[in-house]
Design a protein around this ligand. Sequence first.
Ligand code: SF4
Ligand code: SF4
Length: 300
Amino acid sequence: MLLDAQWIKHTALALGFDACGLAVAAPIPHSQWDLQQWLAAGRHADMHYMEEHVDKRYDPTLLVPGAKTVISVLLGYKPSALMEGTVKIAQYAYGEDYHERLKRLLYQLLSALSDRYPDLQGRPFVDTAPISDKYWAVQAGLGWRGKNTLLVNPTLGSYCFIGELVVTLAADAYDTPLPDGCGTCERCLKACPNHAIVPSPLPAVGTQVDARRCASYHTIENRAETLPPDVKLSGYAFGCDCCQLACPYNVDAATRYQLTDADKERLGSLAQADEASFKKATRHTALNRIKYCQWQRNKR
Ligand code: SF4
Ligand code: SF4
């Protein structure tokens, strides 16, 4: 039995996803994904977990035996307003931790699929296992890999979370990648204060981020007591949106998150928060990924 692609997309949108597309689950051609070159150049800094399961990152059938289809989904997160203040936070971290919301919706989608297709086996992914989510979103026709190295969706810009369901049934129709929408634009490259967006060794891929230069890496992943003084944080204490704010697709992107007064109060209180208040205010948010000592270190 083949999966009904239209029914899956309709169901995904009805559940609350902003976009859904389908791709054939197959090994990624090594000429189309530059993970190995990124690792070989040391551009992953000390994110050594990226060196693990490289074979699986190139092949979803190693993650789900018998996989036939990757169902890729997006949730937009552009907030209704930017939080201004002395300490800046990447916009994706304004609301509830996206892992929790995406996972909840993906399990609902898997449940709907299992009801309709009892023979189907499937597994949801939300940063929980080594899968190349941007590649699969592109293959599923949800956007292109922008020069900012993120997925750019025509409606949501790069302000979107990506999740996947990898399932064991083939579909009656698959999507194809959208044409590149960056053209000659280089705004993100110019906006990066650290020149962290660099050419990829693979022409088909375009650009890579050198994490060793990236403020987002340093404010979130780097656990060292001090940060390299030459890396400009531009006022960010969690993440960095400089390249994304410059993107015309993001300027025009649909608002997908209504910033509440409670959010504003909670986020605004963080600049002066002690450890206990910081922990309380960041519970169930992406900010929970960093420790208070990192937060204090980043507020430079
Ligand atoms: S997140 Fe900031 S530092 Fe990293 S590539 Fe984008 S603009 Fe540059
Ligand atoms: S700023 Fe321009 S080059 Fe960069 S991702 Fe957006 S459209 Fe592409």
